[in-house]
Design a protein around this ligand. Structure first.
Ligand SMILES: [Zn+2]
Ligand SMILES: [Zn+2]
Length: 146
């Protein structure tokens, strides 16, 4: 079984993920660009049961980026860690940038390309979706659903 680990910049907080990630996408929406300070966020969804904090949980801070979406980050170094969904508590959103290893799957496409940074050109041949890749539910698909 795949075992992935990740950590924040100051390394106070670390976590592990057991098993496969759901489909990986690059999100170009303005919230993701701001949260990551980057052209886009590379993310996947996992089952909450696949995830465990290994250290530093008391350094976590939370921010509601929308009514049901909670962004969890390190209050020492500011690293973006996970997203939880109050309307789907059995799922967790993972930014791939914090992982220590390469997962078995690779990005499938880009979404919210309609909000893309004007200074960034997508230079790969992956599918580009103006908004959600088919449906909002699809990006919250986990290994349980496939
Ligand atoms: Zn940190
Ligand atoms: Zn986004």
């Amino acid at each position: 079984m795949q075992l992935l680990t990740g950590r924040c910049l100051c390394e106070a907080i670390s976590y592990e993920i057991r098993g496969e990630l759901g489909p990986i996408f690059n999100c170009h929406c303005s919230k993701c660009r701001r949260w990551h300070g980057a052209a886009f966020r590379t993310r996947a969804t996992i089952n909450a049961s696949q995830f465990a904090w290994l250290s530093g949980e008391d350094n976590l801070a939370r921010y509601y980026s929308s009514e049901f979406v909670v962004k969890h980050f390190c209050k020492v170094c500011g690293s973006n860690l996970i997203s939880t969904y109050e309307n789907e508590p059995d799922k967790i959103g993972i930014p791939l940038g914090g992982l220590d290893q390469a997962p078995n799957n690779r990005p499938e496409g880009h979404f919210w390309v309609s909000s893309k940074s004007p200074w960034y050109e997508i230079s790969d041949s992956l599918p580009q979706h103006e908004t959600w890749p088919g449906s909002h539910a699809y990006i919250r698909t986990t290994s349980n659903d496939r």
